[in-house]
Design a protein around this ligand. Structure first.
Ligand code: AMP
Length: 139
């Protein structure tokens, strides 16, 4: 399996070397807004453990991390007033992964509204700020 590369962009966000629109953080995970959202309120949840994908995530760290994924997902649904959620996680380039630090995508969904393309248009910062505030308020 390919080794974890600490120069990936999410590792830089974890180290505070890159900014993000933060939604949640504790000792296990960090959640922030996706800058190219596929739906309004698209949020990413990443573990603090340096794992490239699901398969190299230490098994004993997976449970606590998934608890945070669930907690943030509930806040995304409530804060964004969504009808449902799509949750995605990609592994390796062939699996659609672009950033090689494990992350789950939390995508709020509304009836009869399609997802935008993966890594499509950049969202305006003020929209990301407003959505992050709505989700934080629902935590
Ligand atoms: P993937 O690795 O295929 O799951 O996709 C990586 C996701 O990270 C995409 O949805 C990007 O829009 C998102 N992304 C890339 N860079 C950043 C960043 N600096 N801040 C927030 N989201 C990002």
């Amino acid at each position: 399996m390919t080794a974890y590369d600490p120069s990936n962009i999410f590792a830089k966000i974890l180290r505070g070397e890159m900014p993000c629109h933060k939604v949640f953080e504790d000792d296990v995970a960090l959640a922030f807004m996706d800058i190219m959202p596929r739906s309004e309120g698209h949020t990413l949840v990443i573990p603090k453990v340096p794992a490239r994908g699901l398969l190299d995530m230490p098994a004993d760290a997976l449970g606590p991390y998934m608890q945070r994924v669930q907690k943030v997902a509930a806040a995304v649904k409530k804060g964004m007033g969504a009808d449902g959620l799509t949750i995605q996680q990609f592994n390796e380039t062939a699996g659609g992964q672009i950033v090689f630090h494990l992350h789950f995508h939390i995508l709020p969904r509304w009836e009869a509204t399609s997802l935008k393309p993966h890594t499509g248009a950049m969202e305006k910062p003020d929209v990301l700020v407003a959505n992050a505030a709505r989700i934080r308020a629902a935590l």
